[in-house]
Structures are given as structure tokens and as C-alpha cells.
Design a protein around this ligand. Structure first.
Ligand SMILES: *[C@@H]1O[C@H](CO)[C@@H](O)[C@H](O)[C@H]1NC(C)=O
Ligand SMILES: *[C@@H]1O[C@H](CO)[C@@H](O)[C@H](O)[C@H]1NC(C)=O
Ligand SMILES: *[C@@H]1O[C@H](CO)[C@@H](O)[C@H](O)[C@H]1NC(C)=O
Length: 414
């Protein structure tokens, strides 16, 4: 740039000479040269400021073609990667380039992160078992028998597996699909890295089964919105992982970023997103392979550090995937939650809130909306594209109070 500026200043000074020169004949040659030099320098300045893009422009600007000119331009400043980064990136690249294992039985791992018993186990049981839950008239008692299950349940055995991380107390189970499915758990504190540790623990256990191809993280207050086949086909045939990810320039987004994460995590790559992911096997594997970025979030993204309230489970995976495989994630979560009240916690549904209309509303949403936490409260709206086709965004929803179970059982009727 310095050189170009020099030329420009020079040429402007030269031009000022032109009108003022009286001895025209004797100066004829120098003026001609000066004019030519000015023209060339102007040309070079233009070429520098507006680098050619099309082939025609290449031809005009350089006889050696585009390549020569591109080489002439200074390279974009690139940071030299640290040893740790190079080690991580080669491992990630090879995992991402490995084609999925072809197994006869591709399963979805449903991973439940809960303090203790799961209030919606009965609903999940119905989801996995796929029984018609019908309001049938019981002739013996002369009343409507709501709990009547047909004997002809078509189970989805072999197409799913269940993992439970119960951090506080041993759950009591009512469904056989959940019996003995607890993994060894650890303490989970809200906002702390122990939340991410629990997610990684669940992924590690679920990855032990080579038939698990897709991994869904769910909380105790999550419920399914569609029947098993719908969920199975939606996830198994999607070409991305559903990891929520967006830029929040406000205090609850970028305001939580710490420069102590440099050089590996730059502010421009810092992202936010809901914790409830669903991911393909390769993505679960790169999460296992990552210790570099994990350690930066463990050490520098925590509540109270430098007066910031960084929540690792809301930033680590969104930032990680944005850096490693941005095109491989959908940028929204398949678990619906209602933040429209704009309070500290999302809306929690009571029994009276659970209606056919509410469920229809949630299942028909096909736009994902992110609201930034700055004063402008900008809405970032994005169509939910599933393999390029606009589809409903959500397969699961939270947060529901345990009291909603019976109503959900009746209304969902998978
Ligand atoms: C998600 O966002 C990233 C930019 O952060 C973009 O590159 C990617 O294509 C998006 N994914 C989809 C499926 O649109
Ligand atoms: C469903 O959506 C409609 C239209 O947006 C809205 O008017 C209605 O209040 C919603 N109902 C519930 C129960 O959320
Ligand atoms: C997923 O499929 C859509 C539609 O074919 C395509 O546009 C998109 O690039 C694919 N994404 C990936 C990560 O393969």
C-alpha cells in the first residue's frame, strides 16, 4: 500500500505542474513522460484497490493472467497455527472425511441428562414402543379406559438405545427401555464445565455401540413431538448435525468472551447456542477427540471469571463446530423452547397450557428465530432447511412440568 500511495502522491504533484507550465515546446517530452507515468500509476492504484475478479478483467490488468496478479497482491495475514492446533486439525479432518460405518442396524442414541427420575418416562415408553394409545370403551366397568394398550405393540427395538446420566440420585424407572441404562455419572452444576463433562460422558458411552449413528441430548423436561419413525427418518437421513449456533453481539453472547482464550479462540469465532444438540457419529467423535478447545472453555468460560458470566455449555460446542465444520451443522436445535417471554428462564408449560393448539403451533414452526441480547434485541430468522428442503424445525420440546404427562399422553397419541 505504501508504494501505491507514494505513486499517487507523486502523480498528483505532477499534475499540478501541467496547467502552470508556460514553456510548452521545451517541456513537451517531460510532460508526455509525466503524463504516461501518471496514467500507469493511476492504473496500478486502481488495480490494487479493485483487484480483478472476472477473466476479462484479468486479461486487461495483466498479460500473465490472473495468477500473476494474485501473486503480486500481498497475501491475507494468516496466523501461524500452534503445534496443538495442527495436531487437533489433522485428527478432526480425517475423522470428518471418514465415510460413516455401514451397519445393518443404524440406531439413534437417546441420551438423557437428568438430576434423578425422568417424569416423562411413560411418554417415552409410548414413543419407543409405538402402541396406539386409544380411548377405548371398557365394557366390564362401563367407562372409558384411558390406559388401554393393545397387545400388538410394534416396538422399535434395534433402532434406538437409551443412556441416562442421573447426576443427583438413582432414578426409579417405570419403563423397561430405561432399566439399567444409567451410566456412571458425576456432579453437574448449572453453568459450570461439569455440564459439558456430563455431555461428553454420555457421548463416550453411546459411542461404545458401533451401531449408534446419531446422538440426541435430552433433558428430563423434554418430550417428543412426533412418532418414532418420523424422528428416526428426520435425524438419520439429515446430512447435518443439529447444533444450535448464532452470533450474539450482546452481553449474554460476545460479552462473555475472554481474550484469555487467544490465540485459538478468536472473538470473531465466538458463538452461542442452546445446549440440546443432536449430532452425527463423526461429529460425536470429533467432540471426543478435542481436548484443545475444550480446555480453553474449561479454563476461561465460567461464571464469575473476570466479572463475566460465561456458560460453557452454551458456547463451547457452537463455537467449536463453527470453527471446525461450519457447513456441517444446521445452526438450530431440534428441541423447541419458548423464550418469547424474554425472562431469565424459558416458558415452562403447566397442564392447562398443554392443548392440541399448542402442540400444533410448535410442530408447524419452520423458521428458527434467534434473539440477540443487546439493546436492539435483534431477531435473526432462518428457514429450517432439511437437506435443502424447508421442513418443520422441531422434533422435541421443553420445558414441561411433570403434571402435563397425562395430557401429553392423550394428545400426542403416537
Ligand atoms: C450455519 O452457519 C454457517 C455460518 O456460521 C454457514 O456456513 C452454514 O452454511 C450454516 N448451515 C446451514 C445448514 O445453513
Ligand atoms: C398458536 O398460534 C397462533 C398464531 O400465531 C396464536 O394466535 C395462538 O395464541 C397460539 N396458541 C397457543 C396455545 O400457543
Ligand atoms: C445437504 O444437502 C443439501 C441439499 O442437497 C445441500 O445443499 C447441502 O450442501 C448438503 N450439506 C452437506 C453438509 O452435505
Amino acid at each position: 500500500m505504501k508504494g501505491a500511495q507514494g505513486w499517487q502522491l507523486g502523480s498528483m504533484a505532477d499534475m499540478q505542474i501541467l496547467p502552470g507550465s508556460r514553456h510548452r515546446p521545451s517541456l513537451k517530452r517531460p510532460i508526455w513522460i509525466i503524463f504516461l507515468v501518471s496514467l500507469v500509476s493511476l492504473f496500478l492504484v486502481c488495480a490494487y484497490i479493485y483487484p480483478p475478479h472476472g477473466n476479462a478483467a484479468c486479461y486487461v490488468f495483466s498479460s500473465g493472467g490472473c495468477k500473476a496478479l494474485t501473486n503480486w497482491l500481498p497475501p491475507a495475514p494468516a496466523r501461524e497455527l500452534t503445534d496443538e492446533e495442527i495436531i487437533s486439525w489433522v485428527v478432526f479432518r480425517d475423522i470428518l472425511n471418514t465415510p460413516p460405518v455401514q451397519s445393518k442396524n443404524s440406531k439413534i442414541a437417546f441420551m438423557f441428562l437428568t438430576p434423578s427420575s425422568l417424569p416423562f418416562e411413560k411418554l417415552w415408553d409410548m414413543f419407543f414402543r409405538w402402541c396406539r394409545y386409544e380411548l377405548s370403551y371398557d365394557w366390564t366397568y362401563g367407562e372409558i379406559d384411558k390406559g388401554h394398550f393393545h397387545n400388538t405393540c410394534q416396538g422399535h427395538e434395534g433402532k434406538f438405545s437409551v443412556y441416562v446420566h442421573a447426576s443427583k440420585e438413582k432414578p426409579v424407572h417405570v419403563s423397561r427401555y430405561f432399566l439399567n441404562r444409567e451410566i456412571r455419572s458425576g456432579e453437574v452444576l448449572w453453568g459450570k464445565i461439569s455440564m459439558v463433562d456430563a455431555e461428553r460422558r454420555l457421548l463416550a458411552h453411546a459411542l461404545k455401540d458401533p451401531e449408534n449413528q446419531h446422538f440426541v441430548l435430552l433433558s428430563e423436561s423434554c418430550v417428543p413431538l412426533h412418532n418414532f419413525d418420523y424422528v428416526y427418518n428426520y435425524l438419520m437421513h439429515a446430512n447435518v448435525s443439529f447444533v444450535d449456533c448464532f452470533v450474539d453481539p450482546g452481553p449474554h453472547g460476545n460479552g462473555r468472551y475472554s481474550e484469555r482464550m487467544l490465540p485459538e479462540v478468536e472473538k470473531k469465532n465466538f458463538r452461542k447456542g442452546a445446549q440440546w444438540f443432536s449430532m452425527r457419529r463423526q461429529h460425536a467423535l470429533i467432540v471426543m477427540a478435542d481436548s484443545l478447545y475444550y480446555s480453553r472453555f474449561r479454563d476461561y468460560c465460567k461464571p464469575g471469571l473476570d466479572g463475566k458470566n460465561c456458560i460453557a455449555d452454551e458456547h463451547y460446542l457452537p463455537t467449536f463446530f463453527h470453527m471446525i465444520d461450519p457447513g456441517g451443522i444446521a445452526n438450530w436445535s431440534v428441541t423447541h423452547v419458548d423464550w418469547s417471554e424474554r425472562k431469565w428462564h424459558p416458558k415452562s408449560y403447566r397442564a392447562q397450557d398443554v392443548t392440541d393448539e399448542l402442540l400444533k403451533n410448535i410442530t408447524s414452526i419452520d423458521l428458527s428465530v434467534h434473539v440477540t441480547s443487546n439493546e436492539k434485541s435483534e431477531e435473526r430468522v432462518q428457514a429450517c432447511l432439511w437437506n435443502g428442503i424447508k421442513r418443520p424445525c422441531y422434533l422435541f420440546a421443553r420445558k414441561f412440568y411433570p403434571e402435563t404427562l397425562d395430557k401429553l399422553m392423550m394428545l400426542l397419541n403416537f
